[in-house]
Design a protein. Sequence first.
Length: 248
Amino acid sequence: MTEQDFIRQQIELSEQMTRENTVDLTQVKTVVGVDLAYWEEENVEYAVCCIVVIDYHTSEVLEKVSYVDEVQVPYIPGCLAFREVPIFMEAYRKLKIVPDVVFFDGNGYLHPRHMGLATHAGILINQATVGIAKSYYKIADMDFDMPANIQGAFTDIRINEEVYGRALRTHVNVKPVFLSVGNAIDIETAMELANKLTTKESHVPLPTRLADLMTHQMRKECQSGKKLSTINTAAHANRATVSRLFPL
């Protein structure tokens, strides 16, 4: 598939996205964090997707799953989700708990075609999703306004008069994170969740922080050879997944 094929699919898939809020904060019980990590071995690129489910009220870890596979799609700016979604979907299928909200380490609506990983995956799993990025994805050469150095301060990221996301200061004297809706949630609800889930240990909400820590651990295990035996058997399934999710 070419870059234009991927872009065409993004445009078509974006029609299924909704920014109408479906999350009742009084009913939220479980929140998921998702992150991926990459490495290379013998000129083959691998990735691991880690998913951590926590209790929204107690922060207790309720479930952890992961999936390791070869990366089948080359890196193309603006098309990162096509590399990550197939591996994420395999990991997500392992979950026994159906979460209320899914947080991704990455962007959602804050994307040239509003189709960052959080949005792309949110449409496929038909779930409320949120993107939390640690670095700013510059679109149309537009910078963001730095929020005040106050916990909870934010500035809207506007491009052509449209709000794509928010720069959110979760800790004083720490750089902001970049929040955007993924699917089936509004920006106010997403921000309230992000603030509630951020602890004193990190400026990143707890679910994605735990998923990030898990990816480092899993990558180290894979590189040491402990998990490599699972990769070859998983690779065939992943190629079938790519074909099913992204047909030409």
